[in-house]
Design a binder for this molecule. Structure first.
Ligand code: UD1
Length: 418
């Protein structure tokens, strides 16, 4: 039975939301558990579909995985299966993060090409080139990335681009390599820092977490640990945009506000009154938001995952905004759905120009990925009438208790079964 959301526009969102662990961190931390024999415990995990999918991937490699609410326990055996080609692999992007740990532990990995959001071309060349520098032979055959090595050795690696996934895979292979690896132009996302912290607790020797140069001194083996996932800054930012778009007043808890410094500054420019707290922030908007330009870039730039919210906000702002997408070109597909809702938006290459309108008008719309789906719900909250949002399974891959939180904040949203 397929379900969709019916979102009634018009109201202000007011209240408090608690955000739990980051999707883009927990899945990598689960992969990192492969690096140590024994039982690793991860807490503050979001209750979203991708977590049991990743658990299935780890089980296919020989791990025992238990999920109890927000706690995930992974027991990794001494001997791992090096073939990660189960059905679950194709359902999420983060599954590719087993590549680095498998090469590190087994010296051999066969990993099915990952699935995940259809947001544009997502090659793995930097992952493979990094592993090659560490001494592995790597190719893509029959839909799988294959990497094999006699033994891994430290190396100097320069990434063409600070790719999150490539940094993670190379890092997780290098922690067990013989000697020192330096990854230059590494990604600096808070989720990378989170993995570094967990790996350090496991006994890895890593310097430079959160900078663009990561230095890894390989060790013989790692030990299991217990680790709490950092709060999801993308989910936290979603609620911040919701406050501004609905001229509401939302307090978000469970997120480090410094992970959103630039985002909160942009919202201030749009007219929001933003207060940062120890474990979150409060965003209050009274007047119609003012138009602001956005440019997506690797952290600490404005996250590409927030681009749909930038477009949705610009659609109802006073003035014209330019949004530039530098990472995933297909994310602009979201604009087609926004146009159904009455947005005045057009694209030219990797730029979008959005002229704000006073009010959007409800329409049936289709979510194409997690963030686009959430962006359509926020837009529906600013539209006249009831907007039907289809393909909501995307949203539920990334937002635990999305509808429940919306209702708590005063939104009228129904889950409709068809
Ligand atoms: C991760 C996030 C995703 C986020 C993205 C950028 C997960 C599961 N997903 O995706 O939500 O939008 O970071 O913050 O954590 N690239 C190459 N070759 C490679 C690798 C990447 O050309 O080998 C390119 C990509 O096409 C893209 C850019 O590099 O243009 C950034 O991609 P990357 O940072 O690797 O994103 P993911 O790790 O896939």
């Amino acid at each position: 039975m397929s379900e969709h959301f019916r979102v009634h526009g018009g109201g202000r969102l007011v209240g408090e939301v608690a955000v739990v662990g980051a999707k883009n961190s927990v899945l990598k931390l689960m992969a990192a558990a492969l690096l140590a024999e024994g039982t690793t415990t991860i807490t503050n995990c979001p209750e979203i579909l991708d977590v049991p999918l990743m658990a299935d991937v780890l089980r296919s490699l020989g791990c025992e995985v238990a999920i109890e609410g927000r706690v995930v326990t992974i027991t990794t055996p001494k001997e791992l299966n090096h073939r990660a080609d189960s059905e679950a692999m194709g359902k999420l992007r983060a599954s590719v993060c087993v590549l680095g740990p498998l090469v590190g532990r087994c010296k051999r990995a066969v990993v099915a090409l990952p699935g995940g959001d259809a947001i544009g071309n997502r090659p793995l060349d930097m992952h493979q080139n990094g592993l090659r520098k560490l001494g592995a032979h790597s190719e893509i055959e029959h839909g799988c990335v294959i990497a094999e090595a006699e033994g891994l050795h430290g190396a100097q690696i320069w990434l063409d681009f600070p790719s999150v996934g490539a940094t993670e895979n190379i890092l997780m292979a290098a922690v067990l390599a013989n000697g020192t690896t330096v990854i230059d132009n590494a990604a600096r996302e808070p989720e990378i820092v989170d993995i570094c912290v967990m790996l350090q607790q496991m006994g890895a020797k890593i310097e430079g977490a959160g900078t663009s140069t990561l230095t890894v001194h390989g060790v013989e083996s790692l030990q299991p640990t217990e680790h709490r996932v950092i709060g999801d800054r993308i989910v936290g930012a979603t609620w911040a945009f919701a406050a501004v778009m609905t001229r509401g007043d939302i307090t978000v808890r469970g997120v480090d506000p410094h992970h959103l410094d630039l985002v909160l500054e942009k919202l201030r420019m749009a007219g929001a009154d933003v207060t940062t707290l120890d474990d979150g922030f409060r965003v209050v908007q009274t007047d119609r938001p003012r138009s602001v330009d956005f440019v997506t870039l690797p952290y600490p730039g404005f996250a590409t995952d927030l681009q749909p919210f930038a477009i949705a906000l610009s659609s109802v702002s006073d003035g014209t905004s330019m949004i530039t997408e530098n990472l995933f070109e297909a994310r602009f597909r979201f604009i087609e759905e926004m146009v159904r809702l009455g947005a005045d938006a057009r694209t030219d290459g990797h730029h979008a120009v959005v002229r704000g309108v006073e009010r959007l008008s409800s329409a049936p719309v289709w979510a194409s990925d997690i963030r686009a789906g959430a962006g359509l719900v926020l837009a529906g909250l600013c539209a006249d009438g009831a907007t039907e949002v289809y393909e909501i399974f995307h949203i539920e891959r990334g937002y635990p208790g999305f509808v429940e939180n919306l209702r708590k904040l005063g939104a009228t949203v129904e889950r409709v079964s068809a």
